[in-house]
Design a binder for this molecule. Structure first.
Ligand code: SAM
Ligand code: SF4
Length: 383
């Protein structure tokens, strides 16, 4: 990929109304007065600086992620979208997604976001059952979530929502039941994540104190298998390990990451991959919101890392991202990135044990049997 090929812009909004006990995303609760307009000025500056380094791109997708971007004033989203359009060309059919929490207060802003140029929302429903929702520390009820999903479906051309499963105390039958409701509520795209215990979270402490009864490995595997079966039968097959869509409704922005494309990261803690002079740069911005703001206002960008990736690192990243996809990876692209082919011995071994397969078009993918041990398969192939 070079200049003039499509790329995505990720915009990170780092604030949340409360910190959920399972979440290790770069999200912060701010107390006291907050001047959103002046905070947004730093986004505009950082977009300008990034466009100077990576000019002439065609923006195919924009993603407001968080944190909770639905806490933003729609005017802020509009100002950021305008800055992107002033600094790069934005494709007529660009996908513009905003992550939203499904409280009633946030749902009231949906129309404002659509007027600002957002055409897709992704809602963090997390559970369609009241008790787990409360345990996940969510600030919305099941009814709020269902109402927000329906409202989003009526306002935006495309929408999706997230559910977390393999939660403490969840049975296979209970998940089957909840998944049936989630599918009935969905419209073209659904993200279904198995709960991960992340270090540094309250769930991590509870888990290590023996206070969270997580499903066994076998039960998690059964839940995963059931999820694949039910979603495929409903017409929303997995196109990525945790993401399901009616064909054609996949998240184009996330496909930029998984297909190892080029993207700019804007905002506190945002990561980017920019191709500059034929070299792939891995960028990362300062995570703390107000430190990031100060740095951008002083120097023009919030970068704390800007590393040239080695060929090996590019090859590894391509495997880590691409093997999550049902379409798999192109061994020729791996060779072009890593400047060496995949190891034939490893491929044969993983094929013999049924964890990977080649497709008629020559691509290589992880089988359904291999998906539950995806990380180990990737590590083996990258070795
Ligand atoms: C950036 S987060 C949240 C977006 C939005 N603030 C919300 O909470 O609805 C994106 C998604 O990651 C998922 N997620 C976050 N932490 C997780 C964890 N520990 N295990 C599994 N999924 C997680 C949730 O489904 C969440 O909706
Ligand atoms: S899950 Fe969403 S709302 Fe909760 S802390 Fe993380 S980013 Fe914020």
């Amino acid at each position: 990929m070079s200049a003039n090929t499509a790329f995505g812009v990720y915009v990170h909004w780092p604030f949340c109304a409360a910190k959920c006990p399972y979440c290790d995303f770069n999200s912060h609760v701010h107390h006291g007065a907050f001047d959103e307009e002046s905070f947004v000025k730093a986004y505009v500056k950082e977009i300008e600086a990034t466009a100077r380094r990576a000019p002439g791109r065609l923006v195919e997708s924009i993603f407001f992620g968080g944190g909770t971007p639905s806490l933003m004033n729609p005017k802020s989203a509009a100002a950021i979208l305008d800055a992107i359009a002033r600094n790069w060309q934005v494709a007529d059919n660009a996908e513009v997604t905003l992550e939203a929490n499904p409280t009633s207060v946030e749902a009231e802003r949906f129309r404002g976001y659509r007027e600002a140029g957002v055409n897709r929302v992704s809602l963090g429903v997390q559970s369609l059952r009241p008790e787990p929702l409360a345990k996940l520390g969510r600030l919305h009820s099941v009814d709020d979530a269902v109402a927000a999903v329906r409202l989003a479906q009526s306002i935006f051309d495309r929408s999706s929502f997230d559910i977390i499963y393999a939660r403490p105390d969840q049975t296979l039958e209970a998940w089957d039941d909840e998944l049936t409701d989630a599918l009935a509520l969905s419209d073209g795209h659904l993200s279904l994540y198995q709960l991960t215990i992340e270090s540094g979270t309250r769930y991590f402490d509870l888990f290590h104190a023996g206070k969270l009864k997580m499903p066994s490995e076998d039960l998690s595997a059964d839940m995963f298998e059931l999820t694949q079966e039910r979603t495929a039968a409903y017409g929303l097959p997995a196109y990525e390990i945790s993401n399901h869509a009616r064909p054609g409704q996949e998240s184009r922005h996330n496909l930029v990451y998984w297909r190892y494309g080029e993207y700019a990261g804007i905002g506190p803690g945002a990561h980017g991959r920019l191709l500059i002079g034929g070299v792939r740069h891995a960028t990362a911005a300062e995570k703390m919101p107000f430190k990031w703001w100060e740095k951008v206002m002083e120097t023009g960008d919030g970068l704390v890392a800007d590393d040239n990736l080695t060929w090996d690192e590019e090859g590894d990243e391509y495997l880590v991202m691409g093997l999550r996809l049902r379409e798999g990876i192109d061994p020729g692209r791996y060779q072009a990135l890593a400047r060496r082919p995949l190891t034939q011995v490893q491929i044969s071994h993983l094929m013999d044990i049924g964890f990977i397969e080649t497709l008629p078009n020559g691509r290589l993918r992880v089988t359904e049997k291999g998906w539950p041990v995806l990380d180990a398969v990737v590590a083996d192939l990258a070795a």
